[in-house]
Ligand binder design. Structure first.
Ligand code: C5P
Length: 311
């Protein structure tokens, strides 16, 4: 621990959204989760989480995607802060303020991102200097995507997604994200995937070689043709309009497109920044999508951006 006098009065962590470049869903496990082989990719759409000492534990939200996020004890970022406090023997409560730019229930791990940011911010505020492994363990208990968002970048996920290993990836990819006003529930999309599969035997998931080759080359076209998401049919089954969005993006010049995670966000990969701007304008003008964002990846995981001191 750092000496109390040197500790900041608050700490703000910035955390990216994620998309899944590859999401191969294996059989449903006994604990209800599905075994996965996934490639996570952090993109430059960021939430910010600020923690500061308070009389009692609490959470508040602001920003364009604040609506629909619980502002009570069930909030995942608040749970993350309390979980770290109890692991580290910290007894002083904090208030967690979340500025949300990442859509809620969008398949971009917005809630998990805030939990990862809360861990990093509290660790800094309390001067714990926990190792990445210690934070990753707590992160994995909070949610399958949380460990990835601590590190960001591009990484393989296995287990139920919580076991993360870096992959060799070159260059920067340009993305256009088609956001939906209304989210999809992750458990419902997994359940729909199971329903569509029926009694078919599902093999244990294994990563694909063409995705690894595409990442190593940094070639956006190769990446576009390697994109795969086993939850995509389930997301389209629950929200048929997503099929139209995917088609429109390709018609307007995207190299490839994919539903992100459990959806409903759709991510399109394009050649460069100019192509991203063109596609964003076309998608908006066509009325197919109301909210379009441009982003690049990979982006850094949760990191401190401000930590003012009293003096
Ligand atoms: O881990 P997390 O809390 O983010 O997962 C939310 C839900 O998504 C789980 O309760 C489960 O229904 C589903 N899920 C799954 N298999 C995974 C990850 C999530 O079935 N590998």
């Amino acid at each position: 621990m750092t000496s109390a006098a040197a500790l900041p009065t608050s700490a703000t962590a910035r955390v990216p959204a994620k998309i899944n470049l590859e999401l191969i869903v294996g059989p449903r496990r006994e604990d209800g989760y599905h075994s996965l082989a996934t490639v996570y990719h952090a993109v430059s759409l960021f939430d910010e989480v600020t923690v500061s000492a308070a009389d009692e534990w609490g959470v508040s939200l602001e920003g364009p995607h604040a609506q629909g996020v619980p502002a009570d004890a069930t909030n995942l970022a608040l749970r993350a802060a309390r979980r770290l406090a109890s692991a580290a023997g910290v007894e002083e409560p904090v208030h967690v303020r979340i500025r949300k730019e990442i859509p809620v229930a969008g398949g971009m791990a917005g809630g998990s991102a805030d939990a990862a940011a809360a861990l990093v911010a509290c660790d800094h505020l309390w001067g714990l200097a926990s190792g990445r492994d210690e934070l990753a363990e707590i992160a994995g208990e909070l949610g399958s995507d949380v460990p990835f968002l601590l590190g960001g970048g591009t990484a393989m996920g296995s287990g139920r997604g919580e076991v993360v290993a870096p992959v060799l990836a070159r260059g920067t990819f340009h993305w256009v994200l088609a956001l939906s006003a209304c989210g999809l529930s992750t458990p419902e999309v997994y359940a729909e995937c199971d329903r569509l599969r029926g009694s078919r035997r599902v093999p244990e998931p294994t990563p694909r070689r063409d995705m690894m080759t595409a990442l190593r080359s940094g070639d956006a076209r190769a990446l576009a043709s390697a994109l795969v998401n086993d939850l995509q049919d389930a997301a389209i089954s629950l929200r048929p309009k997503l099929g139209d969005v995917l088609e429109a993006g390709i018609d307007f010049g995207a190299l490839g497109g994919i539903v992100s995670g459990s959806g409903p966000t759709v991510a399109f990969v394009v050649e460069n920044n100019e192509a991203a701007l063109d596609l964003a304008v076309s998608l908006t003008a066509s009325g197919t999508v109301q909210d379009v964002r441009r982003a690049t990846g990979p982006a850094h995981g949760a990191h401190i951006v401000a930590a003012p001191r009293a003096d």
